[in-house]
Write a protein that binds this ligand. Structure first.
Ligand SMILES: Cc1cc2nc3c(=O)[nH]c(=O)nc-3n(C[C@H](O)[C@H](O)[C@H](O)COP(=O)(O)OP(=O)(O)OC[C@H]3O[C@@H](n4cnc5c(N)ncnc54)[C@H](O)[C@@H]3O)c2cc1C
Length: 252
């Protein structure tokens, strides 16, 4: 007999696991339990730069990101926890003719997904973000409803929403293994006893490959190196600048 049971068991307390717990509990599902081996946000979520961009090459992913923005708009009122969500818009520079062509195609795609994306001139881009050097710039794309957020606070706010709707979030519980019987997971072994559940979701980000392998699954997730710069506060740095991405120089 397992030590604990849940209807929905979610493994991993990053933004994805917390969001799954929140949406299940908010839609009326009972007995939603999340297990996190360390503390909430301790994985990749804590490291994210916090850029919130909605346009992707698939309609469904774009729609999901539009729904994320709608959620960020209401989350603080719903949970009482601020997440520093700033709808500043996003700028994507086009520093070559080919990039500009690609940018125009992206704008057509955005329109077909009902997402406002404006093609603007180099001067307009500079008026939105005064620090850019517009030499050689062909133009830029601006999405007014994008922005940035503090990822750790956002995750805590979503977690608070999940708890408000009845989900249980357990920290310091690591999933170690699974017992599979007849093609179903009969038990989940953790550092704090065993669990049974009707549905089990792996939301373990870059750890999913190791955990998936225990179930015979090949999950193509791994860590890759990425650099970022953290500065001291910059005096007089204006508030409310849009996020900025320059795909030709691989920086944001
Ligand atoms: C430097 C950097 C910058 C980024 N910038 C952006 C950005 O600007 N915008 C953007 O949208 N995205 C950005 N990302 C990506 C974003 O951070 C991730 O897509 C997101 O955080 C993934 O969330 P997750 O919940 O899937 O994973 P994670 O946050 O990694 O959560 C997985 C959780 O699972 C837990 N776990 C693992 N194994 C077990 C186990 N066996 N038992 C229990 N718990 C377990 C871990 O402790 C962890 O808390 C960035 C990422 C990095 C690294």
């Amino acid at each position: 007999m397992p030590d604990h049971s849940a209807k929905h068991l979610i493994i991993g307390g990053g933004i994805i696991g917390c969001s799954i717990a929140y949406h299940l509990a908010k839609s009326g599902e009972k007995d939603v339990v999340l297990l996190e081996k360390a503390a909430l946000t301790e994985g990749a979520t804590w490291h994210a730069a916090g850029l919130v961009g909605q346009l992707r090459s698939s309609r469904n992913t774009t729609r999901m990101l539009q729904r994320s923005v709608a959620m960020y708009d209401r989350l603080e009122d719903e949970t009482g926890l601020a997440c520093d969500w700033k709808k500043t818009g996003s700028l994507r520079l086009a520093a070559s003719k080919d990039r500009m062509l690609e940018t125009r195609r992206l704008a057509t795609m955005a329109r077909s997904f009902d997402l406002e994306m404006n093609i603007i001139s180099p001067d307009e881009a500079r008026s939105l973000f005064p620090y850019i050097n517009i030499t050689g710039l062909e133009g830029a794309a601006f999405i007014p409803s994008d922005g940035h957020v503090d990822p750790a606070s956002l995750c805590q706010s979503i977690a608070a929403g999940a708890r408000l709707h009845g989900a249980t979030l357990k920290q310091g519980v690591e999933v170690l293994d699974f017992t599979v019987v007849g093609g179903r997971i009969a038990a989940v072994t953790t550092t704090k006893g065993t669990y049974e559940a009707e549905t089990i979701t792996l939301a373990t980000g870059m750890w999913s490959r190791e955990l998936g392998a225990k179930l015979g699954l090949t999950i193509p997730a791994c860590a890759i190196e990425h650099q970022y710069i953290v500065t001291e506060p910059i005096a007089d740095f204006p508030d409310g600048l849009p996020t900025l991405r320059d795909p030709d120089r691989l920086v944001y």
